[in-house]
Ligand binder design. Structure first.
Ligand SMILES: *[C@@H]1O[C@H](CO)[C@@H](O)[C@H](O)[C@H]1NC(C)=O
Length: 235
């Protein structure tokens, strides 16, 4: 692990070499559900490479909350989690930079993404973030946020996936975490938070905004997404 002082400044992962994919294709499980079927328009895939307890990810997801409030119907937003597979880790088989609670938070969010419609899982993530990064992943936080996001923990499938107690240690959820981490590496994502719009990395938040040629405000992301939407839907 990096020293704690460095970890608070940056959520860069440099523990293992990363496999770079030759091109960026969204391999991750999409949110599905709520928006699909309304019309034939193709939504723009947007991937945020994150760690659930990383301050940069929390900030980035806050910026994206403004984006989806404005153009949520044009976006297919997903989260891709950063970590390292590690067979020495007793609970998850994964090392998460901010500790096991972060692995649990990642699992809870992945299970919400899989089993709840976009509006519900996104609200769940926002609620976790609002509690503060040291609360993300704790069972009490997960159950409280499920409640406030109107996400039925026990009957929706989310709880069965993540662990009914809220501990983030459900087998299915841990499998999702391992898959997500591998997909993240294939996408070439190393830093939390990394923003990928329609397969192209457009911005990184790593202590500061970096490599954001098109800007990093909600309006900047909205403009870039609108451009991709127009391209994807021209006939
Ligand atoms: C793997 O996990 C063990 C047990 O938690 C830990 O001591 C070690 O630092 C981890 N290795 C890496 C490279 O993260």
């Amino acid at each position: 692990m990096l020293p704690a002082t460095l970890a608070t400044l940056s959520c860069l992962v440099i523990l293992f070499p990363t496999i770079h994919a030759s091109s960026l294709h969204p391999l991750i499980v999409q949110s599905g559900g709520a928006w699909s079927g309304a019309e034939d328009a193709v939504k723009v895939p947007v991937v945020l490479g994150v760690m659930s307890a990383c301050p940069d990810a929390i900030l980035c997801e806050n910026v994206y909350d403004h984006v989806v409030q404005r153009i949520g119907d044009k976006v297919d937003l997903s989260l891709s989690f950063i970590g390292n597979l590690n067979s020495s880790e007793p609970d998850f088989g994964v090392t998460c930079m901010h500790g096991p609670n972060e692995c649990a938070g990642n699992v809870q969010e992945l299970c919400a993404i899989k089993y709840a419609p976009f509006e519900r899982w996104w609200e769940f993530v926002q609620c976790q973030n609002f509690q503060g990064r040291y609360e993300v992943g704790k069972p009490a936080t997960a159950l409280k946020c499920a409640n406030s996001a109107k996400l039925d923990w026990e009957n929706s499938g989310v709880g069965a996936c993540a662990g009914l107690s809220g501990d983030g240690k459900g087998k299915e959820g841990i499998d999702l975490l391992r898959e997500s981490i591998q997909a993240t590496k294939l996408l070439g994502i190393e830093k939390s938070c990394t923003v990928i719009i329609n397969g192209k990395q457009v911005c990184v938040r790593d202590g500061a905004w970096k490599e954001c040629e098109g800007g990093h405000t909600p309006a900047d992301f909205i403009r870039q997404i609108e451009e991709e939407y127009a391209k994807l839907n021209q006939n």
